[in-house]
Design a protein around this ligand. Structure first.
Ligand SMILES: [Zn+2]
Length: 488
């Protein structure tokens, strides 16, 4: 095993869930006909003036406080100059030296203990406008490129982490937690397929060269289309940098920062154009936009509006509902809709652990098979709660639980209707007690064995009881037999 430490920092661009763009009223709806959601402002016609979208600023502020960032009292807009066909103005409105938030953190943990819980520091989170989309059609030697400017001007929050991650796995955990947090607080749908969340990774190695600590040149990896791809790209890139270092001995500072693209099918990174230095962008304050002031009251209101964060909810499920760290993670990480379903079922059943078992095993299995969200699950939360409470009270024998669940699911029936359809009547205790007494009378050897300390001998009677009454609950039969023997 080569002796090196992988150093990873992530830049995440998140599209904020506003109805209109950052500086004009064009719609941000995904999937419209190309170039139908544009206006003179977002395509940069001379003489048009940007007007800031307050909703975008509010969502950015909410995200920043959720990431424990400091909010400076004053922030401003800067022009980042570069020419590219998908940026018709010739500059992007961004934030340079006075970002709207900085110095936060996000905690990551792993219930499987593959890494230790740690705080990943956030350097800054700032707002900027998105560019359009260039589509290059190079099939069959053609070289026609087309531009769709619908995305131009969509509000983006760029969240820059410190280089605090040490593996692809940690980077993936950070992204999972970040996405979960942003969807819980409702600021973005974080849909990677639609480009609502995009990730670039900065990777290099720290290694020990004969007692001297050496850093390899930093490489920025782009074109990663899933969190899994981010994890794989980082692991690949670490190995590649180690090989290059062994071959050339190149250190940080020997060459400009390199950009490499991830080829998911081939499982490799490939070199791209070298990165411009930030001074090349000739940033300067945008003269068309006034600086923004955040009052203490606004920051406090944003903090108050957050509600419980995923990390808080995991802790609460453990302390209030007796779940394990693993169970709490499974439920919370499915998103807020599934968690709401779980909590509503617990309200009815009054048993967090029992409901968790049914939700994390059966409900999630069915949703996965059907590729459906919890909103379309046929069994309502209250109905599942009633089902679990009937199992708990013994009104529904545990041996028939799965049958009843399946009927509730397939025929969209309540627990009572499903039990009726399956011919499961609630067996009253006196009837069951008579049955048990008859069985004990017919099996004196078992009674003697139990009295002699072999309690498990009673198990032989459960099968016989089920034969005479299929609705008899095995646990109840066992308990009744033991009680009756004790009284003999
Ligand atoms: Zn527009």
């Amino acid at each position: 095993m080569p002796d090196y430490t992988t150093i990873v920092g992530l830049e995440v661009h998140v599209q904020l869930a506003t109805k209109s763009k950052l500086f004009c009223r064009c719609s941000t709806q995904f999937g419209a006909e190309p170039n139908t959601q544009t206006c003179p402002v977002c395509i940069g016609m001379p003489g048009s003036l940007p007007v800031m979208n307050r909703e975008a600023l509010d969502l950015a502020l909410k995200t920043a406080v959720a990431l424990n960032c400091t909010i400076p009292p004053l922030t401003k807009w800067d022009r980042k100059q570069y020419y590219y066909p998908d940026l018709p103005k010739g500059y992007q409105i961004s934030q340079y030296d006075m970002p709207m938030s900085e110095h936060g953190h996000l905690e990551i943990s792993d219930s499987k203990d593959r890494f230790e819980s740690k705080k990943i520091r956030i350097l800054r989170a700032h707002l900027e406008e998105d560019a359009g989309k260039s589509i290059h059609d190079e099939v069959a030697g053609r070289a026609d490129s087309v531009i769709d400017l619908n995305r131009t001007g969509t509000p983006l929050l760029e969240i820059v982490s410190e280089p605090d991650m040490r593996s692809g796995l940690e980077a993936r955990a950070y992204l999972d937690e970040l996405k979960l947090l942003l969807t819980y607080i409702g600021v973005s749908d974080c849909n990677m397929q639609e480009g609502s969340l995009r990730v670039d990774a900065n990777v290099n190695l720290h290694l020990d060269s004969g007692g001297e600590m050496i850093a390899t040149p930093i490489v920025e990896i782009k074109n990663m289309n899933s969190f899994r791809a981010v994890e794989r790209a980082i692991e690949y890139e670490a190995g590649r940098q180690y090989d290059v270092w062994q071959e050339t001995g190149a250190k940080l500072g020997d060459s400009p920062k390199q950009t490499r693209g991830w080829d998911d099918a081939a499982g490799v990174t490939r070199g791209q154009r070298s990165k411009e230095e930030s001074s090349d962008y000739r940033y300067f304050p945008d003269p068309d936009l006034v600086p923004v002031v955040f009052t203490k009251e606004e920051v406090a209101a944003a903090t108050a509006s957050l509600g419980e964060k995923p990390a808080d909810l995991r802790g609460k499920l453990q302390s209030e509902h007796g779940l394990s760290a693993y169970d709490a993670e499974v439920l919370v990480n499915q998103g807020r809709d599934l968690l709401a379903y779980y909590l509503a079922a617990v309200d009815v059943a009054g048993d967090g652990k029992a409901v968790c078992n049914w939700v994390s095993q059966d409900v999630l299995r069915v949703l996965k098979e059907r590729e459906e969200p919890i909103e379309s699950f046929p069994i309502a939360a209250s109905s599942l709660g009633k089902f679990v409470s009937k199992l708990k009270s013994g009104d529904l024998p545990s041996s028939r639980g799965r049958d009843v669940f399946d009927v509730m699911l397939d025929k969209k029936l309540s627990v009572d209707e499903a039990m009726h359809q399956l011919g499961i009547e609630e067996v009253d205790d006196s009837e069951l007690e008579t049955l048990c007494q008859q069985l004990l009378d017919a099996n004196p050897k078992i009674v003697d064995d139990v009295r002699g300390g072999k309690q498990q001998a009673v198990g032989a009677l459960i099968g016989q009881a089920k034969k005479r009454n299929p609705n008899a609950d095995p646990g109840r039969v066992r308990q009744l037999c033991l009680d009756l023997i004790a009284k003999m």
